[in-house]
Design a binder for this molecule. Structure first.
Ligand code: ATP
Ligand code: MG
Length: 300
């Protein structure tokens, strides 16, 4: 049964789509059958995987709103072991149309139930908002992976997101865990990048992935060729970082299997309480750090 990972951050342009596409391709080439679900009406993951706009293509809209079986929407993403549920701009309407529907938060969860066993991983690329599409993704997910751009005030947005995750755990998805926090667009020549990374690590401890995604022009170029970076420039630092991340995700899954079921304290609890503690202490620097408790996404 697939592990379903929502890639979410309500902040725009932090590397959600880049992570969904390149982690997905790296998992698939590590012989882990993977499905990427594009829930963003911008359809960036869809085009980055080589499917430019096509009004005739059926997308997640047909499944979420019209109830078409997801198997009919599935596309072969041209990488062995990688499939895609595409999106298009109609999904903007879905966020509104879903509001009046029964079980509106659980439409995606229901839709993927039948295909989950075909995959090892399902990665959901979320839009930059906390709307009903993102809520559907988080309701369907076992865990959430949060990409964070290493920039000033990076932590502020994370605290807000983790608050939302806490609320979701109390209501629609009590077992939602944190897969990990991923540092993206890291530039080791700048003091700011280094400082933000150090603060996030001391704050969230082992919930931050060891793998770090550097700022790398190949990662930015690959989508315009409709290719994951692995197939655009395998030797780039960007490709290397996502291969490393895939290894870490797989190793964490094996570790979890070894430990049996996840403990309830391994979810958002640790990170969210760290965020709350940080807010009370007046920001990142005020925290004494948190490496305790949930070691779910522990470093490898
Ligand atoms: P949105 O919130 O709009 O969906 P996003 O969080 O999905 O954005 P991406 O689309 O992955 O973010 O990245 C934003 C932009 O930054 C894109 O042009 C992408 O190619 C570029 N980018 C992402 N990661 C990197 C990186 N590590 N190095 C250089 N450029 C990057
Ligand atoms: Mg995106």
């Amino acid at each position: 049964m697939a592990r379903v990972i929502a890639i979410a951050n309500q902040k725009g342009g932090v590397g959600k789509t880049t992570t969904a596409v390149n982690l997905g391709a790296s998992l698939a080439t590590s012989e882990q059958r993977t499905l990427i679900i594009d829930t963003d009406p911008q359809a960036n993951a869809t085009s980055a995987l080589g499917f430019p706009k096509d009004p005739a293509r059926r997308t997640l809209y047909q499944t979420l709103v019209l109830g078409e079986p997801i198997e009919r929407i599935l596309l072969d993403a041209q990488v062995e072991g990688l499939d895609l549920i595409p999106s298009d701009k109609n999904l903007v309407g879905a966020a509104v149309e879903l509001v009046s529907m029964e079980y509106r938060e659980y439409r995606l969860k229901g839709a993927i139930q039948g295909v989950r066993e075909k995959y090892s991983y399902v990665l959901i690329d979320c839009p930059p908002s906390l709307d009903l599409l993102t809520v559907n993704a988080l309701a369907a997910a076992d865990s959430v992976l949060v990409p964070i751009q290493c920039e000033y005030l990076a932590l502020e947005g994370v605290s807000e997101l983790l608050d939302t995750l806490m609320r979701l755990r109390r209501t629609i998805n009590p077992s939602l865990a944190v897969e990990g926090i991923l540092l993206t667009m890291y530039d080791d020549r700048t003091t700011l990048s280094k400082q933000v990374a150090a603060d996030l690590r001391s704050f969230f401890g082992s919930q931050v992935f060891e793998s770090v995604v550097p700022r790398n022009v190949r990662l930015a170029e690959a989508p315009s060729h409709g290719l994951p970076v692995l197939f655009y420039d395998i030797n780039s630092k960007g490709a290397e970082s996502y291969i490393q991340l895939a290894k870490e995700v797989i190793a964490n899954a094996q570790k979890r299997l070894g430990q049996g079921a996840e403990r309830p304290d391994q979810g958002t609890g640790t990170a969210a309480s760290a965020a709350a503690a940080g807010a009370a202490a007046g920001g990142v620097g005020g925290s004494s750090g948190s490496s305790s408790g949930g070691s779910g996404p522990a470093a490898v």
